[in-house]
Design a protein around this ligand. Structure first.
Ligand SMILES: O=C(O)CCC(=O)C(=O)O
Ligand SMILES: [Fe+2]
Length: 259
């Protein structure tokens, strides 16, 4: 198994360039050891809210432990504080614009026995022939990104995310042989654009894998805070905690087109 290059660029413009060139950027030590321990502890305490489309203990298969909690910012301050982690939010704002927002945040614990996901893209809004995207004049806007905060030291048996770098501009599905494992340390983050081919892999270890995902997007992409049709509510304390930037990330925007 090969591991993916994880290169930190101290200059923000180079981090942003990496998003265009290879489709992802690496932020080492985005969270310190205390925050990592606190987030894992808080994930252990979470229980799923079925109306929010949460999965808890995978009631469908029952074969392996899995907890996947939506709107994590609304569940506990430790998650809320990850809306705008230094080094990550700068990339999100750099690629999506200063009015970008968070479209989702999930806390995800996957236990031993979790199977491979299949290789996928999360969302590809514009698909162009490879010879067009190879033209340096063509630069596809970055509509959606996901920041993965890894809360374990990652190793092959724990089921790392696998990426195929540069595939955000390719039309064909990459060959499995091109996949590279994200083998980073607990507290590191990787932010990737939604068109990069990737997958989570099987947990064949005997420990749980803890992952916090923060999904960012251009403001014109709608937020996904289930349950829908008037049912999702911010907890009042969440709005009290929020700075101006966090309020904007949660959806308080200056009026513009369509408002
Ligand atoms: O678990 C992972 O590392 C990746 C998850 C993922 O890609 C997804 O659920 O869309
Ligand atoms: Fe995915």
């Amino acid at each position: 198994m090969s591991s993916a290059p994880l290169v930190y660029h101290p200059e923000m413009e180079d981090q942003i360039e990496a998003m265009h060139a290879i489709g992802y950027a690496y932020i080492p030590r985005a969270l310190n050891a205390d925050r990592v321990a606190e987030l894992k502890h808080r994930m252990d305490l979470l229980t799923g809210i079925p109306d929010s489309f949460d999965r808890d203990h995978d009631e469908k298969t029952g074969h392996f432990f899995q907890k996947h909690i939506n709107n994590a910012f609304n569940r506990d301050r430790a998650f809320f504080d990850c809306l705008d982690v230094d080094g990550v939010i700068d990339i999100a704002e750099g690629v999506h614009g200063s009015d970008c927002h968070v479209i989702g945040m999930t806390a995800w614990v996957t236990g031993p026995g979790r199977p491979d996901q299949s290789l996928h893209v999360d969302c590809k809004l514009i698909s162009l022939p490879d010879d067009i995207t190879a033209d340096p004049r063509v630069r596809i806007p970055i509509f959606i990104t996901t920041a993965h905060f890894y809360l374990n030291d990652m190793y092959e048996e724990l089921g790392p995310t696998k990426f195929v770098p540069r595939t955000h501009v390719k039309q064909d599905r990459p060959a499995p042989s091109e996949e590279l494992s994200i083998l980073c340390n607990a507290g590191d983050a990787v932010i990737f654009r939604s068109e990069v081919w990737h997958r989570g892999t099987a947990n064949t270890s005997n420990e749980n894998r803890y992952l916090l995902q923060v999904h960012y997007a251009q403001r014109m992409i709608t937020q996904k805070f289930p349950p829908y049709l008037n049912k999702f509510q911010f907890r009042p304390e969440v709005l009290e905690w929020a700075s101006d930037r966090q309020r904007r990330l949660l959806g308080s925007h200056r009026p513009s087109a369509y408002d």
